[in-house]
Design a protein around this ligand. Structure first.
Ligand SMILES: Cc1cc2nc3c(=O)[nH]c(=O)nc-3n(C[C@H](O)[C@H](O)[C@H](O)COP(=O)(O)OP(=O)(O)OC[C@H]3O[C@@H](n4cnc5c(N)ncnc54)[C@H](O)[C@@H]3O)c2cc1C
Length: 407
């Protein structure tokens, strides 16, 4: 998801529908055990095939729906599992330690669901959330445009209200995860292109592919470096009509706030992916280093490799702890945008660094697609871009720190 340089939602924890969430530790462990079993039985044997063919993992998606993952963070009153952010982060870490990309299918889906649960009308919640929770509907987030990523307020998609109250949408969204296989999207558009400040003219709509017979189409699918198998494409709106009751919250001008209001959970989520990749690459490198021998001993016994493993293990642990620290604050209902930003920044950089170090531990074999390490390396860079680039992340962390710590 994209973020803007100045974020009016960062005034405080904006979470009208939230209650403090907890889970019995035994229930959490049972759930995590089930996830580990699924990852070992279904994901590990198939990941290389899906990734190399850039093929959408349909059977895995069905299994994720059966496990309830499409409703992981949706409240139980709307058919979800209502899991705390800490449990959700642990699930994402466990899956990402073997295949990060597949978590992309549930992540932007759950951010869309969170926008509806937090900001939607009661009718919207009852209409959309149960179907999203079951996986009958699979969602995504359509914010970015060709000219507007970090600077989200520069979007050009326009939603013009018609005499009957519906909205006519025109514009192009790009880099949209789940654009091809997803069924509905939380889509950002300008209802007042002349508004000043710009964010006051931005609204968030639910766009359902099944309802519009014409006017909404999928454009170019990106052929990506990594994050394969997950469809990332353009969405093109050409005089696309959206019913009035698809305006999230029913009031215009709230969209920028609603879209960026999920940043804390979104960043915890990307942090969990980064922590998973950092852990996964550590395990790959440590296993390999104990088996590969040079000069008559396993390379794990050479100091140069030990230095790498020591740093990798420390980074993986720090990434995990920072992620859980932010998630715990989130579950307590505390403001945690700075903590979530720190976790996202650190864990995504840890993922990149650990992947690169694992490549070095594998030597020449790292360059072969027979090994998993090259996939982690290709996938890792994405997390430095998602949910606000790491350049912006550091600037926002610094501003928040300075505000809280005046000289
Ligand atoms: C695989 C993938 C999946 C994605 N999925 C989605 C999705 O599902 N939905 C969606 O809406 N978007 C999605 N995105 C888009 C993503 O959110 C944007 O790419 C991201 O927000 C950055 O925007 P940009 O690419 O336009 O870069 P730009 O905004 O053009 O930034 C380019 C560079 O300039 C830096 N920069 C920009 N502004 C400033 C500033 N003010 N100060 C300092 N540095 C600055 C940035 O940090 C970056 O390094 C996805 C992207 C990728 C790669």
């Amino acid at each position: 998801m994209a973020t803007a340089a100045s974020d009016p939602s960062a005034q405080g924890r904006a979470d009208p529908g939230s209650a403090v969430r907890t889970i019995d530790p035994a229930d959490e462990q049972a759930f995590l055990d089930a996830i580990e079993t699924w990852v070992a039985r279904e994901v590990v044997p198939s990941v290389k095939r899906y990734d190399h063919a850039d093929e959408w993992p349909g059977p895995l998606v069905e299994q994720m729906a059966e496990m309830g993952l499409f409703g992981a963070t949706i409240s139980s009153e709307y058919g979800g599992l209502g899991l705390p952010a800490t449990t959700y982060a642990k699930i994402v870490m466990a899956i990402s330690s073997r295949w990060m990309a597949v978590t992309g299918i549930i992540n932007s889906h759950l951010i869309m669901a969170a926008a509806i649960e937090r900001f939607g009308t009661e009718d919207q919640k009852r209409k959309w959330l149960p179907k999203l929770a079951s996986g009958e509907l699979r969602g995504g987030l359509a914010l970015t445009e060709p000219n507007a990523g970090t600077d989200l307020q520069a979007i050009r998609t326009v939603a013009a209200q018609q005499a009957d109250g519906s909205y006519r949408l025109n514009g192009t969204k790009t880099w949209i995860t789940n654009a091809i296989h997803g069924s509905c999207f939380a889509l950002l558009a300008k209802t007042d292109p002349a508004a000043d400040p710009r964010y006051r003219g931005i609204s968030l709509f639910i766009v359902d592919k099944r309802e519009g017979e014409s006017g909404l189409s999928t454009g170019k699918k990106f052929d990506k470096l990594g994050y394969k198998s997950i469809d990332t494409a353009e969405l093109i709106l050409d005089d696309y009509l959206v019913p009035q009751d698809h305006l999230i919250g029913g009031v215009e001008g709230q969209g920028f706030f609603q879209a960026t209001g999920g940043l804390e959970l979104g960043r915890i989520n990307v942090a969990a992916r980064g922590a998973g990749v950092a852990e996964g690459t550590l395990k790959l490198a440590a296993d390999y280093a104990q088996q590969r021998e040079t000069m008559g001993k396993p390379i794990a016994q050479h100091q140069a490799i030990q230095l790498k493993l020591g740093e990798m293990a420390t980074r993986a642990r720090a990434a995990k702890l920072l992620t859980l620290d932010a998630a715990e604050a989130y579950d307590k209902g505390e403001r945690c945008d700075m903590e979530a930003g720190m976790a996202k920044y650190f864990a995504s950089e840890a993922a990149v660094k650990n992947s690169e170090e694992a490549m070095r531990v594998f030597g020449g074999y790292s360059y072969s697609k027979e090994y998993d390490v090259e996939r982690f390396y290709r996938d890792s860079l994405f997390m430095c871009i998602a949910e606000g680039t790491n350049e912006m992340q550091r600037m926002i962390i610094a501003k928040q720190y300075l505000k809280a710590n005046p000289a």
